[in-house]
Ligand binder design. Structure first.
Ligand SMILES: Cc1ncc(COP(=O)(O)O)c(C=O)c1O
Length: 356
């Protein structure tokens, strides 16, 4: 459902800002929260008046459907401040659309576009001082919707809450990562919910990722659920592989999240004259390319990690190292995309979105 009217947002400001307790030179990722949050409830078949309130706990009945049936979807976005103090978002309408694609798959009522965009802008204006300006930092934004209706019956909730919370954050990873190609567990399956940013998709990754961590890998590279032969994505990133001078990434599907960073990197790479192939890519092809030294680099791409170089990967009990390149595509593409994020370059694609 959609309501195309401009929302009136009721704003209640905090009396006790926590901003002076925060060390902005030493920000972890996603741990510190700002003073306010945007909330809107779905009750009696419609989204009610949106509000901005002091950041606070949410009290739920133990029979709330979120606890039992996992109806929850979320988004991850960032706000950036440029050197003149202006606040920017990157392709926010795509996050707005994607949360509703996720919501639909989880039988959650869609959140109206106007409410999302107006709520986001109002919250960011209020939290402007929380947007960090230290190198590589940004305000991580977490919009989410979850089931608040009560009862143990295994059926969709009749009530939901939409929230936007923000966290001034430093880098997600501040070094290259080593990944394990998964041969047993699956993140998603055809006809499943892999393409949705549904909470359970992430919960289901934690155990295989923990096993990989115990073996010394940072994250898992997911392969297709039927053959485990094709590279899909990793953690909260899409994966790019450079063979020779060609950049390859898997096509999106039922099983793979349609990453906003992924599709932007594809455009930027093409703009740089790089040959990009969007196709299935097998683990065998990867191993062959590693063995014959045509595998030049691999990197992940996602809002949180931006462009994250991969130092090597494990497969079948063997470790494969990637070379250290001077003129890597990952460095080039990371610079191009972050220059757009922070308004340091022209934005020929029209992706940057001015908040204020
Ligand atoms: C599973 C998964 N893949 C890829 C991505 C990258 O998507 P985006 O670039 O839109 O952040 C994310 C993060 O949102 C993710 O959770």
């Amino acid at each position: 459902m959609s309501i195309d009217v401009s929302p009136t947002i009721k704003i209640k400001k905090t009396q006790h800002s926590k901003i002076h307790e925060v060390d902005f030179n030493n920000l972890p990722f996603g741990q510190v929260v700002t003073d306010h949050m945007f909330v809107c409830d779905f009750i009696d078949g419609k989204w009610q008046q949106p509000q901005i309130v002091p950041y606070q706990n949410i009290i739920l009945d133990p029979s709330s459907k979120i606890f039992h049936y996992g109806q929850s979807v979320f988004e991850g976005m960032k706000a950036y401040k440029d050197k003149d103090g202006k606040t920017w978002l990157f392709r926010p309408e795509d996050n707005q659309k994607r949360i509703n694609i996720s919501a639909k798959r989880m039988a959650i009522p869609e959140f109206p576009e106007e409410y999302f965009m107006e709520g986001l802008k109002a919250l960011l204006k209020l939290e402007s001082d929380w947007i960090p300006t230290t190198n590589g930092s940004s305000l991580y934004i977490r919009p989410f919707i979850f089931a608040t209706g009560n009862g143990f019956h295994a059926s969709p909730s009749d009530e939901y809450k939409f929230v936007i919370a923000c966290s001034p954050s430093g880098a997600y990873f501040d070094r290259k990562v080593k990944l394990l190609i998964e041969q047993k567990y699956s993140r998603s399956a055809n006809g499943g919910v892999g393409y949705a940013k549904a909470g359970g998709n992430y919960g289901g990754q934690f155990y295989p990722t923990k096993l990989a961590n115990e073996k010394g890998y940072d994250q898992v590279i997911w392969t297709d659920d039927t053959s485990h032969q094709y590279i899909e994505e990793a953690g909260a990133m899409n994966i790019f592989i450079r063979i020779g001078d060609t950049l390859i990434t898997a096509p999106t599907s039922d099983r793979i999240l349609d990453g906003i960073t992924r599709k932007s990197i594809i455009e930027i790479a093409k703009d740089e004259g790089i040959n990009v192939e969007i196709r299935k890519f097998s683990v065998n092809e990867l191993i062959d390319a590693c063995d014959n030294s045509t595998l030049k680099e691999m990197f992940g791409a996602g809002t949180a990690a931006i462009v994250l170089p991969i130092s090597g990967f494990g497969f079948n009990g063997r470790d494969y190292d990637l070379p250290d390149l001077n003129n890597s595509y990952s460095d080039l593409l990371k610079k191009r995309i972050t220059d757009i994020y922070y308004n340091r370059s022209e934005d020929k694609f029209g992706w940057r979105y001015l908040v204020e």
